[in-house]
Write a protein that binds this ligand. Structure first.
Ligand code: URA
Length: 238
């Protein structure tokens, strides 16, 4: 229950889970005055505390577990935890957040070459709900195509019969809006691997640029590439 009074946990467990330090370092950080209480109450590693009564270097702590991040993913960043894959979307967050437990993961993925709205969370239940194949939230993509549209794409995408290579079931109906002969928006309600690029490949075209501009009711608004902000519960209600 996210709106209930914050529960109390051991100080060392709290700081460890937020990535500030390993639990056994807390005693030394208390002695050095790096960890303090907002009302100067005495603290020990095992003191039971609430998240909002602790300061680290005189600053309130990072958001507690249960956060949802809305990021404007730039091209060139990968939705992976594996450092070997190049620049990671997690590199755009404060370094300490990489050490959090539970860890932050992306809700679905955008390809390395796709920009736009990406959600991340450390809330396992939310992650599971929003990435489940049964969850049909609409996602809007802006695509630039290599070749002019041939004319039947909107009908094919809307039909619910388009089969992608290697898939067992057809794509759910998707809405194509034509801006001009090589620029479109496509609204889909699934999240299959490389779905938009594969849908255009299935009708003999090639996507040269792809950007996700919305996820459900969420938009990027004035968030610039590489920037992120935390969502509040109301924004996530949809
Ligand atoms: N479809 C794609 O092809 N790529 C993405 O990143 C998202 C949807």
């Amino acid at each position: 229950m996210k709106n209930s009074k914050p529960s109390k946990v051991r100080l060392d467990k709290l700081l460890g889970s937020l990535g500030y330090c390993v639990r056994k370092e807390v005693a030394a950080l208390l002695r050095e005055g790096i960890i303090t209480h907002t009302e100067n109450l005495p603290l020990k590693s095992d003191t039971k505390v609430s998240h909002n009564e602790i300061l680290f270097e005189n600053e309130l702590l990072d958001p507690p577990t249960g956060m949802v991040i809305l990021m404007h993913k730039p091209i060139g960043f990968v939705c992976s935890h594996d450092d070997g894959e190049g620049k990671l979307v997690y590199d755009l967050l404060p370094p300490r957040w990489r050490m959090r437990d539970p860890k932050i993961s992306t809700i679905g993925r955008l390809d390395k070459e796709t920009s736009g709205l990406l959600l991340l969370t450390d809330d396992g239940q939310l992650l599971h709900r929003l990435t489940s194949p049964r969850h049909h939230v609409s996602k809007l993509y802006e695509a630039t195509l290599d070749r002019p549209l041939r004319g039947d794409e909107a009908e094919i995408f809307a039909s619910g019969t388009l089969m992608l290579n290697g898939e067992k079931s057809p794509c759910l109906p998707a809405k194509l809006k034509i801006i001009d002969e090589t620029h479109v928006t496509l609204e889909i309600t699934e999240g299959r691997y490389h779905q938009v690029r594969r849908m255009f490949a299935a009708v003999g075209n090639h996507v040269t640029a792809l950007h996700r501009s919305s996820f459900g009711d969420l938009r990027l608004w004035d968030l610039k590439e590489g920037e992120y902000r935390l969502l509040d519960l109301e924004e996530m209600a949809n």
